[in-house]
Ligand binder design. Structure first.
Ligand SMILES: Nc1nc2c(ncn2[C@@H]2O[C@H](COP(=O)(O)OP(=O)(O)OP(=O)(O)O)[C@@H](O)[C@H]2O)c(=O)[nH]1
Ligand SMILES: Nc1nc2c(ncn2[C@@H]2O[C@H](COP(=O)(O)OP(=O)(O)OP(=O)(O)O)[C@@H](O)[C@H]2O)c(=O)[nH]1
Length: 443
């Protein structure tokens, strides 16, 4: 199930980053940084009252001249409206209400997206209470006084945020139709591939009801089966600042990947793999989504016998955290191997939903343990009692052990590899949860 996205919007210097850090650092942050990928502090995973969600700091406005600030704020608010389920609009009690605040509040109100108004830097509520009331004038509801720095009032703020999430409904409305996000850097060919796929298959272009975001999802029917493509192409907001463009592109990617089953990361063959590509792959990996690497513009590359092998090795080494990713060499321009994309998507969907019976799993486990002894530390050896698969999408396994601390990353990876040798799970991450239980079998 896709997690809600919560975006933090506000003027420069009101405390967006401080709030973001308080939420990401202090609350339980689930996702660990993918090794080898530098993580921008743009998004983080948070849980509150049993609800998991992703927070996004829309951040980064240069406090330049007043009108530039305003236009950048509008841009930032629009990104939040496009990509978030709930928006935290943060203001500063010390600076009081500003004209820019009012204008952004108008925009947010018109968007009809749920907004929670935070008034920050209320370090002493008693003396600042009257100043907080002033923010009712924004007309977007009750102001929540907080001190991001002092970590005050954040619980009430989060209660309000969480109250806007859809109920735990179990199934999503159109869950049976697979969703595929086409992601990648600007100009790699995301629109081209969608257009080409549209041209070659029977198509219905539609705004899927219930998706209120401005990105238009496209349904493509192939061999009687529907696929929904989520397009992240064509960043409409024109920003002159390179960091902003990258930031917005990451925000849109996070939001698209969150909603998808399978992410297709497009890489420009002419350019080769870059750090930005690895960041995007990391987003899909962290979220346990299916991952297909589509090396596009293959028509531009001069090839000999070893070209594809060299490319594959290079990409695999940069994306070493996701060795399971499927790889395809395509040309959105000529249509070369585009049909293979659907086969790859089908394959990944199957892997994501594969369930391995506990009996079979434990046979593999016993064999794996016999072949390579579990690690030990200071004379105490890791004991693995048994393993069971608890969910799909991504396939998630609970391993019961005597002492969690003895489970090393390398041994876990070894077990993962044994499982993959037997069952494949191509194209999907698999997750492990390590639990302790007593040696006599009581947990
Ligand atoms: N007194 C007080 N100061 C705060 C509080 N929260 C943040 N600040 C200060 O406000 C300043 C700006 O905080 P940031 O979190 O960087 O603000 P921002 O909105 O991310 O700023 P930009 O990156 O410019 O958009 C810093 O000096 C913080 O220490 C608070 O609760 N109380
Ligand atoms: N030679 C060649 N050119 C391609 C291929 N795919 C896309 N292009 C070209 O690459 C350029 C960018 O393609 P787009 O589809 O607009 O890229 P995009 O990823 O949607 O770009 P943004 O909207 O900026 O995110 C265009 O000039 C395309 O014609 C390909 O397979 N081969």
């Amino acid at each position: 199930m896709s997690k809600p996205i919560v975006a933090i919007v506000g003027r420069p210097n009101v405390g967006k980053s401080t709030l973001f850090n308080a939420l990401a650092g202090e609350m339980i942050s689930i996702v660990k940084d993918t090794p080898g990928v530098t993580r921008d502090r743009i998004y983080a995973d948070v849980s509150w009252l049993d609800r998991d969600f992703t927070i996004i700091d829309t951040g980064g406005i240069e406090p330049d001249s007043q009108d530039i600030i305003l236009s950048q704020m509008r841009e930032q608010a629009q990104i939040a409206i496009d990509s978030a389920d709930v928006i935290i609009f943060i203001t500063d009690v010390r600076q009081g209400l500003t004209d820019a605040d009012s204008q952004v509040a108008d925009m947010l109100r018109k968007s009809r997206r749920p907004v929670v108004l935070a008034v920050n830097k209320v370090d002493n509520y008693k003396s600042q209470q009257m100043d907080v009331y002033e923010f009712y004038n924004l007309g977007i509801g009750e102001p929540f006084p907080i001190s991001a720095e002092g970590k005050q009032g954040i619980g009430d703020l989060l209660d309000a945020v969480v109250s806007h999430f859809p109920e735990h409904s179990g199934e999503e409305e159109d869950s049976e139709i697979p969703k595929i996000a086409i992601v990648g850097k600007p100009n790699v060919g995301k629109s081209s591939i969608i257009n080409k796929l549209l041209g070659e298959n029977r198509v219905i272009v539609s705004d899927i009801p219930g998706t209120t975001r401005d990105a238009v999802d496209t349904t493509i029917t192939r061999n009687g089966k529907d696929y929904i493509f989520i397009d992240t192409a064509g960043l409409r907001r024109k920003s002159k600042i390179k960091e902003d463009i990258e930031r917005y592109s990451i925000i849109r990617t996070v939001s698209a990947v969150e909603r998808c089953d399978v992410a297709v990361l497009m890489i420009d063959a002419a350019e080769g793999i870059t750090e930005q590509d690895a960041k995007i792959a990391g987003i899909a990996h962290d979220r346990g989504k299916g991952l297909i690497i589509a090396v596009n513009k293959w028509d531009l590359v001069e090839k000999d016998n070893s070209t594809m092998k060299t490319y594959t090795e290079k990409i695999r080494s940069v994306l070493s955290f996701a060795p399971y990713a499927e790889m395809l060499y395509i040309s959105a321009k000529t249509g070369q191997r585009l049909n293979k994309l659907f086969d790859a998507v089908d394959q990944v969907l199957e892997s994501q939903s594969l369930r391995v019976p506990t009996g079979v799993l434990n046979e593999i486990l016993t064999e794996a343990i016999a072949m390579q002894q579990p690690p030990s530390d200071k004379g105490r050896r890791l004991k693995i009692f048994y393993m069971t698969q608890v969910s799909i999408k991504p396939p998630t396994f609970v391993i019961f052990v005597n002492d969690r601390k003895l489970m090393h990353f390398s041994y876990q990876r070894y077990l993962e590899n044994r499982i993959r040798d037997s069952f494949g799970f191509q194209g999907t991450a698999i997750h492990f949860i390590i639990r302790e239980r007593q040696e006599n079998g009581e947990s």
